[in-house]
Design a protein around this ligand. Structure first.
Ligand SMILES: NC(=O)C1=CN([C@@H]2O[C@H](COP(=O)(O)OP(=O)(O)OC[C@H]3O[C@@H](n4cnc5c(N)ncnc54)[C@H](OP(=O)(O)O)[C@@H]3O)[C@@H](O)[C@H]2O)[C@@H](O)CC1
Ligand SMILES: Nc1ncnc2c1ncn2[C@@H]1O[C@H](COP(=O)(O)OP(=O)(O)O)[C@@H](O)[C@H]1O
Ligand SMILES: [K+]
Length: 461
């Protein structure tokens, strides 16, 4: 099954293509509704079910689900504030053998929300709002069909009450809202129902678990990748990056620093030479610049030296505040990975004159304008480069701890040094970071997270 992530426009185009190839809209709705009903049945286990049906085809899916559950012997209560407004939804309504009522309250322990899908076009008000408020307040098991009804499918923002769902059933393909905040955190478990739609042209893809491998039998430290972390004014952050990078499979991690690091581990090599000289080492496979760098003139010079060395680079933290067109002159953008959080992404957009709203569009526009690979971090992480956007399953919210980004940057640099492209390296790193957080459990520190990168590697071998 394809793991494409589509915009509404792409979804409509895919459905049109399926119809042009001979599948009717009604056939698609039947397949969607019956596929969803199978999941509802699994969740309900025979208990009575309430289905909320809106005016469009999402409501049409609701009637198909209700009819399917009714034929399995379920007690089904359908609440439909208005009659269907599309031909296909009318067909679904006419095929549903039961009665409907126009409003709540609802009493059943399982509620299926089919008020609006990707056709939501404005603020949810009146009886629809009341139903979603009732759903929010209820302790029933909540199932969203396609997307939660108050969610804008392209951006994950809301146009009304957003209950916390237990299960969301995506129809035909993932929508961007399935992996963007705030909606992604409220959807519960997510399942995809395959409708056989043609999805080959999608620019968005759900990242799949990477398969990593042990070093080759004849590996030595340099073939596994030499990472150099370019330190600056503050010692802690680059050390965290090194701790993580050393556990993500690098053969060699060096810290380029002109300061003393009494807390550095014994197995980390610290190079105190002049930076330009240190950068002449041909064996360096990737550089990390930014954590603890500082933003003064010396920091800018260190960043410039790293960029002009022609090495592959991960740029994070302070480097992202310093970066501009001048620093990128003559630099091959395909060798650079940026790892901004939201504030850094906004700063980058300002520096590069990129005007866009929202994290997704900002990351895409920045990558398009500069040719750089952009890993936009946060509760929802988006990776943009090579004309593709990758989305990720949600990571642990315990990652919201100081230094967690330094750990991620260290993993990125190691993966980049290990013969991975910026897109592949960032993808590996997000999965390793999430897995390390899962293994670290609750309330970890950034250093504990870095230590869990090693056991996290085992999950992908
Ligand atoms: N096409 C296919 O092949 C398949 C599609 N499938 C299903 O179709 C869903 C998309 O269906 P859809 O396009 O009909 O839109 P949907 O989300 O039901 O809502 C639109 C309706 O709601 C109305 N409306 C909007 N906002 C409103 C508001 N705030 N308050 C009040 N009204 C509001 C809007 O009115 P209008 O804006 O036109 O005035 C229109 O009447 C998709 O998510 C999936 O579930 C599956 O069956 C698989 C096959
Ligand atoms: N609520 C959250 N849920 C999941 N991941 C999060 C959350 N908050 C932050 N993260 C992750 O933690 C890291 C934080 O990075 P960053 O903001 O650069 O922190 P720092 O600068 O303190 O190192 C990023 O990888 C981000 O994706
Ligand atoms: K819905």
């Amino acid at each position: 099954m394809s793991e494409a992530v589509l915009t509404v426009a792409q979804m409509v185009a895919a459905e049109k293509a399926a119809m042009a190839a001979g599948t009717s809209e009604w056939e698609l709705m039947l397949k969607a509704g019956q596929g969803a009903a199978q999941w509802v049945h699994r969740a309900a286990g025979g208990r009575p079910v309430t289905v909320l049906c809106g005016p469009g085809n999402n409501g049409g899916d609701g009637y198909v689900i209700a009819e399917d559950l009714g034929s399995r012997g379920y007690d089904v209560d359908v609440i439909a504030p208005v009659e269907p407004s599309t031909d296909t939804a009318r067909t679904a309504r006419s095929q549903f053998g039961g009665d409907t009522r126009e409003q709540g309250p609802f009493e059943h322990a399982i509620v299926v929300d089919c008020l609006f899908g990707y056709g939501l076009s404005r603020q949810v008000e009146g009886v629809y709002r009341e139903l979603l408020e009732e759903l929010s307040a209820s302790d029933c098991f909540k199932i969203a069909i396609d997307v939660p009804s108050a969610v804008r499918s392209d951006c994950g923002s809301t146009l009304g009450p957003l209950p916390r769902y237990d299960l969301t059933l995506a129809l035909g393909a993932w929508k961007q809202a399935h992996f963007l905040m705030p909606s992604m955190a409220m959807m519960g478990a997510k399942e995809l129902i395959d409708l056989g739609l043609p999805l080959d042209d999608a620019h968005g893809v759900l990242s799949s678990r990477p398969a990593l491998s042990a070093p080759a039998a004849d590996a030595h430290k340099y073939t596994r990748g030499l990472v150099a972390v370019v330190a600056g004014e503050m010692p802690g952050a680059p050390l965290l990056s090194c701790e993580a990078g050393m556990r993500a499979g690098a053969g060699y991690v060096k810290l380029f620093s002109d300061r003393s690091h009494p807390d550095a581990p014994a197995d980390l090599v610290i190079v105190e030479d002049d930076l330009d000289e240190a950068l002449e080492d041909d064996r360096i496979d990737a550089l990390l610049v930014g954590p603890g760098l500082g933003r003064g003139e010396t920091s800018r010079e260190r960043l410039a030296a790293a960029l002009t060395s022609g090495r592959q680079c991960v740029l994070d933290a302070d480097a992202l505040h310093l970066l501009d067109d001048d620093l990128l002159e003559g630099v091959d953008p395909s060798r650079i990975l940026l790892t901004p959080h939201e504030g850094e992404l906004a700063a980058l957009c300002e520096s590069f004159g990129v005007e866009a709203d929202g994290k997704l569009d900002r990351a895409r526009s920045l990558s398009a304008a500069t040719g750089l690979t952009v890993l936009a971090k946060g509760p929802d992480t988006i990776l943009v480069g090579e004309g593709t956007t990758l989305f990720f399953p949600q990571g642990s919210s315990w990652l919201s701890v100081a230094g967690s980004g330094d750990v991620l940057a260290g993993i990125c640099a190691t993966r980049l040094a290990g013969s991975r492209s910026p897109m592949e390296a960032a993808q590996d790193a997000v999965w390793l970071h999430h897995e390390a957080a899962r293994l670290a459990g609750p309330a970890f520190t950034a250093l504990q997270l870095a230590h869990c990168v090693k056991p996290a590697m085992a999950s992908f071998l």
